[in-house]
Design a binder for this molecule. Structure first.
Ligand code: ZN
Ligand code: ZN
Length: 171
């Protein structure tokens, strides 16, 4: 199925759940939090976060398979997944107007991460990551976190970085 420019199609492993993602993400990052890590059975997860306000058209739209989407809450997120194949499809943040999804599911999307988040919860694997991106203890202040870094030198690099979040967290 053709999709308009700037729209990416995504589906789950079994293909029953199909959705589209449109527009600029607020942030692109790797999440090391223990909830994401366990849920996805990996050390860290590639994540895209979008604005999600009830009075605006959603960036993430379900096209097919609503009856297969199940969800549960953990780590402040309502995590939606396909109940047939178990693929994590998207998350909704409970406390603020944001939604997240996973770039690996989006056909043709070029993932451009700018940071590592929740590094204080990371397991030993963090040491092996030498991509030069800042590693936050939790979140940058723009996303409601402390803005503290796992290692002090990243604080200075981040202050001068052109890759800070595209826009602040919506209130
Ligand atoms: Zn599925
Ligand atoms: Zn996480």
């Amino acid at each position: 199925m053709a999709t308009p420019a700037g729209t990416f199609r995504a589906d789950c492993t079994c293909g029953k759940v199909v959705f589209t993602v449109t527009g600029e993400p607020l942030a692109q990052f790797y999440c090391h939090c223990s909830d994401c890590s366990r849920y996805h059975s990996t050390h860290y997860v590639e994540v895209l976060v979008y604005r999600d306000k009830p009075d605006e058209e959603s960036h993430i739209r379900l096209l097919e398979g609503e009856q297969y989407v199940n969800c549960f809450s953990s780590g402040g997120q309502v995590r939606h997944f396909c109940r047939e194949c178990g693929t994590a499809v998207f998350n909704k943040k409970e406390s603020s107007g944001m939604m997240g999804t996973f770039p690996v599911l989006l056909d043709g999307f070029k993932f451009q991460p700018t940071m590592h988040l929740y590094c204080s919860q990371s397991k030993a694997y963090l040491k092996g990551i030498t991509d030069g991106l800042p590693k936050f203890k939790d979140l940058p202040t723009e996303l409601g976190g402390t803005g503290e870094f796992a290692v002090a030198k990243w604080q200075r690099e981040w202050s001068n970085s052109p890759t800070r979040c595209a826009s602040p967290v919506p209130k």
